[in-house]
Each structure stands twice: as C-alpha cells, then as structure tokens.
Design a protein around this ligand. Structure first.
Ligand SMILES: Nc1ncnc2c1ncn2[C@@H]1O[C@H](COP(=O)(O)OP(=O)(O)OP(=O)(O)O)[C@@H](O)[C@H]1O
Length: 578
C-alpha cells in the first residue's frame, strides 16, 4: 500500500475530530471568501451614494453585517484549526506510541547493528516531522486548494475574461514550484540527515562521556559535532533562501505585476470612456487576485513539504513494520528449576557459531559456574537462557519444558539477574528494589537490603529507602548499585539466579558482605555464575570451562585443579597475580 495512503488512513482513527475540523474550515472559507462581496456592495451602494450626497447611516447595516461575517468566519476558522491540530497531535502521539511499542518488542538482535540515536530519531523526531510537515501541511493544503478553486470559481463567475487570463498562472505556478523543489530537495535531505546524526552523536557522548574525557577525545568529538551542526546550519540557510526567493519574492513580484496590469487596463478603459466596471467590481477583482497569489505562495511551500515528508513517513512506517519478536502466550511453570542445555549450537551471524554443541545439566538448587577466556561464550549461554536469542540447534529445557514454547515474559519472571554493571531506574531505592513505583512492600524492601548488607549504606542516606535514584544511579558507587540489585533479586525471589561477574566491582570489605548474602541468595535456587575471579566459585557444584564456544572441561574445583587443564592454568595465573 502506498505510503501516502497509509499515512492518510491514520486520519480515519479519529473520524469525528477530522470531520468536525474539516466542516468548520469549509464554513470559514465560504464566509471569509464571500465577505468581499459585502464590501463590493458597500462601495457600489452607500459609499458611492455618500459621494453623491447620500446618508452616512445607510453604511451601518452593511458595515455591521461585514463585521459579523468576518467575526463568525474567524471564530469558526479558529475552532477548525484547533480541532485539526488536536487531531494531528493525536495521530502523531498514536504513531509515536506504536513506534515505542515496536521498539520494546523487537528482538535484541535488531539493536546489534543499529545506533541507538537513529532509533530515537525515528520515534522522537520523525514522528514530529510527520506532524508538522505531513498532517499539518495536508490540512493547509486541503484548505488552500479549497480556497484556490473557490476563488477561481468566483472570478470565473463574475468576470470570465479575468478568470481565463488568470489560468495563465498555472504554468507559472508549476514553474516556481519546480524551482522551489529543486532548491530545497538537497538541503532538506542534509537537514534531516544531520539531525539524525546529531542524535546519534549526543547519544554516544552521553554513554561514553567518561571514556571520552579519559582518553582526551574531547576535541575530536567537538570537531565532529561542529561539522554536523555546520551541515545542518548550511542546509537550513538554504531552505530559508529557497523560501524567500521561490515561494515569496517571485509570487509577490508576479502578484504586483498582475495588479498593475489590471489597474492599467481599468485606467485606460476609464480614460477611453468605455469603462463599464464599477469601483466595487474593480475592488473585488483585485481582492481575489491578491488572495489567489497569497494562496499560491503557500501552496508552493506546502506541496514539496508533503512530498518530502513521505520519505520520513516511509522511514517511520518501515520501522513500524519491523518484524516484532513473535512470542508464545503460554506461561511457563517452574517448580524445581532443573535447567538443561541439550546439544545447543548458536550463532549471532549465520555461519559463525559462537556456541557449539553445548550440553549442561543443572540440578535444582545447584550452583554452576561458567569460566573461560574473554569471548569464549559465557554471556552467550546466558543470553540463550533468558531468551534474548534462540539457538539454531538443540533445546534448552527447564523442568523438562522446552523454553522456546513459552512466553519470554513468563520465563524471565522466574529469573533474577545481577549484571556486571547493574541498571538502576529513575525513582527511589525502594522502587528499584521492589521494581514498582506504587506496589511496594517496605518491610520486604528493608529486609532484602538488610540481607545483602546494604543497611549501613541506607542508614547514611537522609531519606533512607526513599532516597531518589537518578540517571541510572550514577550518584551511587558501582558496589552500592550492585548491593541494590542484589536486594532487588532477593525481593523478587526467583527460582533461577544469574550472576554475571557480580562481584568484580566490589572492594574486599564489601565482597565479604556480598559473599555471605550470596549464600543466602543462592539457597534453594539454581544459580549460574559468570565469574573471572575463580576465588568466588570454588564451592560451585559444577564448574564449566569454555573455550571458543565449547565446554572443554567440567567438574568441581578440586577435580579441575587435579586435571591440570585450562582451569588449573587460569587458577595458577590468578594466584600469581593476586
Ligand atoms: N551481539 C553480538 N553479535 C555478534 N557477535 C557477538 C555478539 N555478542 C557476542 N558476540 C561474539 O560471540 C562470542 C562470545 O561472546 P560472549 O560475550 O558470549 O563471550 P564471553 O565469554 O561472555 O566474553 P567476556 O568474558 O569478555 O564477557 C565473541 O566472539 C563475541 O565477539
């Protein structure tokens, strides 16, 4: 289906709003475009009579009628505009909500090669562009076209010769419109490209601010940003230039030529003694010609806007059409939490497997540690367990159920995850532990914080568990963020626990507290630990050693040391370093 058609179809979501707005504007157009007839009647009637000794009072009824028509026309036009702008906002908000929803339902793999700034541009800027450039322009286009043909119709009726002559402006109009389009196509594209680029750069800057400063990259970053803003400024200047030359100056110039022409012909006819038109008739002709040219100037700008906004519309609709992740609706029931990887093979990119023939059996309540050099596939195994991705071969089962057949949401509701760099949401400590803004069991929150040893930290804060968390918890140390995320996991009480290098950021003193809390945390839960520091996993029931996507060693600490393989080497190296 065409982009134009699909965008216009969105209007049908709010038929009442757009119907009312359209009727109001139609009425306003009729009132404002017929009002000059009252002036014509005034000029040719009471005003002409006044110059020949008539009564001033005869002017009043028509004057009042003119004012009433104007006032009603303006009020109806105001209502129509407000209603249509409201409708445009609603359509845009709906598109934005839809885009946001799609973003949340996209598979994680979608984000692997897409800069976050570009996706933000689709949701924030492109939808806004559709509002201003497409929906608003369409609304004005309809009004202007209606008025244009209405005025042409009136002119043809009252003065067919003038109507015919004015048809000459159609090719001129087309010429100016093509010129405007040529002058604005490239700058408009540059403008949108640089806007998207700016979003990407700001996003990267925000995420990498500390690294940029650490590596002294400020100048390079500023220079790149300057180049993009310069490109945007140049593009915008060109747009303004095209606006002033093609849509205003040229049409204004033409307008005055036509007016001068009409006045010259009328003047010559008057001097020749064969002027048949009245002053009121001359006024109304001039009035409509002026309006016609003003409409033309507007149309010249609106038409390319709509055409160009179709490109933005295509980008937004393509994003909305992205294949969201199909998900099963069935909810998984987990009682014992026995986890099994059965000959699992997985590749992020086709033909490049990063996990090969992985088989794991975790009995309920067991602790499994995944170790291996960087890039060996530890995180990828966890990515499969919480179904960020599905394996190409093999099965993952929990309590004998293939997790692929159950909804991701229900699966993840049974898993507590503590990441290397825990993510805190804006809110309070309590809302971060309870993962809710409203339904917070304060006693359980405090208990969870106490169990992970975070109580001393909380007591130091003036507002305790109501202390605000802003900017992903940047005001807390990484150790403190981890303590809060531990408490969150405890509060959630999951059946399966995933600790991704949970202790790597914590100082020795805190580590002791955490180790104790972890023992509580792991009790009765099947736990997977991804750890580089082997000292934290010596008590694990199973240690799986990964190398290049394969499990090359498995067993308990003592067995693996005795085996003298990769694990023993890693242990020896770490002991030397420590
Ligand atoms: N999103 C991705 N797209 C493509 N390849 C990826 C992606 N994520 C990871 N990889 C690749 O998969 C392999 C395994 O990565 P993984 O993150 O699982 O290793 P890891 O053992 O957890 O490493 P580390 O200890 O450094 O975190 C690596 O070669 C990595 O480059």
């Amino acid at each position: 289906m065409g982009i134009l058609k699909r965008l216009l179809q969105k209007l049908s979501l709010f038929p009442g709003i757009f119907g009312l707005g359209f009727i109001c504007l139609l009425l306003a157009t009729i009132l404002s475009d017929l009002s000059p007839f009252i002036l014509q009647k005034m000029i040719d009637g009471p005003l002409t009579a006044l110059s020949q000794g008539g009564e001033l009072g005869a002017l009043y009824p028509m004057g009042v009628l003119y004012l009433i028509v104007l006032a009603v026309g303006q009020i109806v036009s105001y209502i129509g505009n407000r209603v249509l702008i409201h409708g445009g906002n609603k359509v845009t908000a709906q598109l934005r909500d839809q885009a946001f929803l799609v973003m949340q339902q996209l598979p994680i793999s979608y984000f692997d090669d897409k800069p976050a700034g570009k996706i933000a541009t689709r949701i924030v800027n492109d939808t806004e562009t559709l509002r201003t450039q497409f929906y608003n322009s369409c609304m004005y286009l309809v009004i202007h076209l209606m008025r244009f043909f209405f005025i042409m119709g009136v002119l043809f009726t009252i003065n067919p010769m003038m109507g015919l002559l004015l048809c000459l402006i159609f090719p001129i109009f087309y010429g100016i419109q093509s010129l405007y389009k040529r002058m604005t196509d490239k700058p408009m594209k540059d403008f949108f490209d640089s806007r998207s680029e700016i979003n990407t750069q700001v996003n990267e800057l925000l995420h990498g601010a500390s690294m940029i400063q650490l590596y002294g990259q400020e100048e390079r970053v500023i220079e790149e940003f300057d180049q993009t803003t310069e490109k945007m400024t140049v593009a915008y200047d060109r747009l303004v230039l095209a606006d002033s030359i093609a849509s205003w100056s040229l049409t204004e110039f033409l307008k005055y030529i036509v007016i001068a022409g009409i006045l010259t012909i009328a003047g010559l006819s008057y001097l020749g003694g064969d002027l048949e038109m009245t002053a009121g008739f001359l006024f109304i002709n001039l009035n409509y010609v002026i309006q016609l040219f003003d409409l033309m100037a507007n149309l010249i700008r609106r038409l390319p806007d709509i055409r160009r906004s179709l490109e933005t519309g295509e980008r937004v609709l393509t994003f909305l059409d992205e294949k969201v992740e199909a998900d099963a609706t069935k909810e998984i029931q987990i009682d014992r939490a026995a986890v099994e990887f059965d000959h699992v093979t997985f590749a992020y990119e086709e033909g490049k497997p990063v996990l090969k023939d992985i088989s794991i059996q975790a009995c309920p309540g067991q602790t499994l540690a995944l170790v291996g050099h960087t890039g060996s596939g530890k995180s990828s195994i966890m990515n499969l367990l919480y179904r960020f991705y599905d394996p190409q071969e093999g099965e993952i089962r929990i309590d004998g159920q293939n997790i692929r057949h159950f909804s991701r949401e229900s699966l993840r509701s049974h898993m507590g995850i503590v990441l290397q760099d825990p993510y805190l949401f804006s809110g309070t400590i309590a809302s971060n532990v309870a993962m809710s803004q409203t339904d917070i069991d304060r006693d359980r929150v405090l208990d969870a914080l106490k169990q992970v040893g975070a109580l001393p930290m909380i007591q130091r804060l003036e507002k305790g568990i109501d202390h605000p968390v802003v900017e992903k918890g940047s005001a807390f140390s990484s150790g403190e963020r981890q303590l809060i995320s531990f408490a969150r996991t405890l509060y959630m009480n999951p059946k399966i626990l995933i600790l991704d290098e949970a202790t790597s950021h914590i100082d020795t003193e805190t580590e002791e507290i955490i180790q104790k809390a972890m023992a509580v945390l792991q009790k009765g839960r099947t736990t997977f630990i991804i750890a580089h520091r082997l000292s934290t996993i010596q008590d694990a029931d199973q240690i799986l050693v990964l190398s290049e996507g394969r499990i090359v060693e498995r067993g308990q600490h003592a067995d693996l040391i005795a085996h003298g393989g990769i694990y023993a080497q890693m242990q020896a190296i770490q002991q030397t370093v420590e």
